[in-house]
Design a protein around this ligand. Structure first.
Ligand code: SAM
Length: 235
């Protein structure tokens, strides 16, 4: 998979793209992440890509020209086609979730446009992007952190990125439930013991226990995830 990020702050991605699961996936060439500085496409000598809003108002707006030109430069690559999602990170977009992550992870290529200041010119939304995505109902100063969230969630879904396919299957939200509680050594810590069944070696019983815990936890913490679902069918 290849991810293209359009941003005015490409340096913000240095550390998140170098560390952990994402860093390893890039080093192993399982994914390719390309940060494109929108300022490279500025048409003035100061490399400015924002301007005052027509009609007045406080903040600056990212101009359409540099963003359209940056995406046009990507369209020249062979891997780009009509199905390539061109996503604008926006607090006005559809809320990101695991289902969306799985859908996007199936694409060979995804473009992420990071807004800044008071946002982007509306013509970018109307005539360039295929969808707007929000990572939650709050306002960030820019789309970069939101893009990092999306990148991380897509990269870990790529084949061979995580050590064991099992760890994805049991993740919260993957099966529609929250994950069961997990424990590691020591078996007794400050007097608190690990549930006996987990030490039993009885895989059938462990599976049953974990499934029950997942349902219990989801009902307690996120009953909205189970709306319309007969929980007896899950157990
Ligand atoms: C300060 S925000 C602009 C918000 C805009 N004035 C509004 O009210 O919709 C600047 C940029 O941060 C990004 N951003 C802010 N909050 C976000 C969120 N919840 N999800 C995704 N991107 C967000 C967007 O790219 C946005 O263009």
């Amino acid at each position: 998979m290849r991810l293209d990020i359009l941003t005015v702050f490409p340096d913000m991605f240095d550390s998140p793209l170098a560390e952990g699961v994402v860093g390893r996936a890039i080093t192993r060439k399982l994914v390719d992440v390309n940060c494109l500085d929108i300022r490279r496409f500025a048409s003035n000598t100061h490399s400015s890509v924002d301007d005052y809003p027509f009609g007045g108002g406080g903040g600056m707006i990212l101009q359409p020209g540099p963003i359209f030109d940056a995406v046009d430069s990507l369209k020249k690559d062979s891997g780009f086609d009509k199905s390539t999602p061109i996503i604008l990170l926006s607090p006005q977009g559809k809320k990101f979730d695991q289902c969306k992550a799985e859908e996007l992870a199936r694409h060979k290529r995804v473009v992420l446009i990071c807004g800044r200041y008071d946002g982007v010119d509306e013509r970018v939304i109307n005539h360039l992007v295929t969808e707007e995505i929000s990572i939650g109902d709050y306002v960030l100063s820019g789309g970069e952190l939101a893009a990092m969230v999306i990148i991380d969630s897509l990269v870990r879904l790529q084949d061979d990125v995580l050590g064991s396919a099992e760890s994805i299957k049991d993740d919260s939200h993957t099966s529609g439930l929250l994950q069961f509680p997990q424990y590691t050594r020591p078996a007794v810590f400050r007097g608190w013991s690990v549930p006996k069944v987990l030490l039993s070696g009885n895989h059938k019983e462990i599976k049953k226990y974990r499934n029950k815990q997942s349902i219990k936890r989801t009902l307690e913490r996120r009953p909205d995830l189970l709306e319309g679902i007969d929980t007896d069918q899950l157990g």
